[in-house]
Ligand binder design. Structure first.
Ligand code: SAM
Length: 324
């Protein structure tokens, strides 16, 4: 029986077709359902032929790494499915308004099309982070770089009791159009949105908060993330206040989410700066009496919560943290 080609051969073949200008690639492969319970690369014999099992995750990951979209597989026969991959359009910049950097993520930009509440990893990680934050009965929550308030809406959906707390949310963003949309979205008694630059945080005299959230914002050009973090910890957190900081480890291309942050001049994902920043935030927050959890895949979340009393039982991660 002929040996099936290894993954590297498939990659080489697909890359060669793409280099020759193909926009659609077609491969006939073993129906992954026939390999249920096997790991990728394990052999499956069917009808006198031998195949390597490749679960859909392999094909989805491969498509993502080669800049392709996997279409719905079509059954060819009892054994084989046909996979069609189409080439993604090049990644566009979010906005056409290059004169006003505060509107890069404004309502006229493509960022409006992104709904993180539909990203299972983000939603589940945020839910866990919120649980760990152990908010008091009537908390104050600050969101830095709130845009139209997506994460606040998610927090509200995860903790509906917060809808009864007057002015539970304060959101800051420098985009006028995003702030206007946020104001229209939430009842005024529940949330306050301020159009301001994060560099002006101290001057806004917002007081202290039980939770400060900042999702995919601190790394933005022009934001001094270290200075903002210092100010938040020193001036805007209650003594037991929690932080949830999010950092993108992905990019959006032609309707798809590609895993891995890109650094300037790198075509492939490069996580060096992200890892360095996350390590800094983690250490800084630990030094400020917080227990820190780092979770996530396409969006990394750094969650910092007040340390429990020394003898209180924590969850596994908390226990490990306390002993290292
Ligand atoms: C990538 S978006 C993230 C928005 C939202 N947190 C989310 O995750 O969907 C970054 C947000 O930060 C805001 N932003 C960037 N730099 C800022 C600054 N210096 N001051 C205030 N807001 C800023 C942008 O306008 C934008 O709404």
């Amino acid at each position: 029986m002929a040996e099936p080609p290894p993954l590297l051969d498939l990659v080489a073949g697909m890359r060669a077709e793409l280099a020759a200008g193909a926009t659609v690639l077609v491969r006939r492969v073993l129906d992954p359902d026939h390999g249920r319970g096997r790991y990728a690369g394990e052999r499956v014999e069917r009808g006198g032929a031998v195949f390597l099992h490749r679960p859909y995750r392999v094909w989805v990951d491969l498509a993502e790494r080669l800049g392709l979209r996997l279409l719905t597989p079509v059954r060819v026969d009892d054994t084989v499915v046909e996979l069609r991959f189409e080439r993604l359009a090049a990644a566009p910049a979010w906005t056409t308004d290059r004169d006003d950097p505060t509107e890069t993520y404004g309502q006229a930009s493509g960022f409006r099309r992104i709904h993180k509440a539909e990203d299972p990893g983000f939603v589940l990680d945020l839910a866990l982070a919120l649980e760990r934050a152990r908010l008091p009965a009537r908390p104050r929550i600050l969101d830095l770089g709130c845009n139209t308030g997506d994460e606040l809406a998610l927090v509200l959906a995860l903790a509906p009791r917060l809808a009864e707390v007057p002015e539970v949310f304060v959101g800051i963003d420098h985009s006028a159009s995003a702030v206007a949309a946020a104001r229209a979205r939430f009842p005024p008694g529940l949330a306050r949105f301020v159009r301001a630059d994060l560099a002006e945080l101290s001057a806004l005299e917002l007081g202290r908060f039980d939770l400060v959230i900042s999702i995919d914002t601190l790394h933005s050009p022009g934001v001094d993330d270290r200075a903002v973090l210092r100010q938040v910890v020193q001036e805007h957190l209650t003594p037991t206040g929690a932080l949830i900081l999010g950092f993108p480890n992905c990019r959006y291309v032609d309707g798809e989410l590609e895993h891995g942050t890109r650094m300037k001049n790198f075509r492939e994902p490069e996580l060096g700066l992200l890892v360095k920043d996350v390590a800094f935030y983690r250490k800084y927050l630990q030094q400020h009496r917080r227990q820190v959890f780092v979770t996530g895949k396409d969006h990394l979340l750094v969650t910092a919560v007040a340390r429990p009393p020394a003898d209180a039982p924590g969850d596994d991660a908390a226990g490990r943290e306390a002993t290292t």
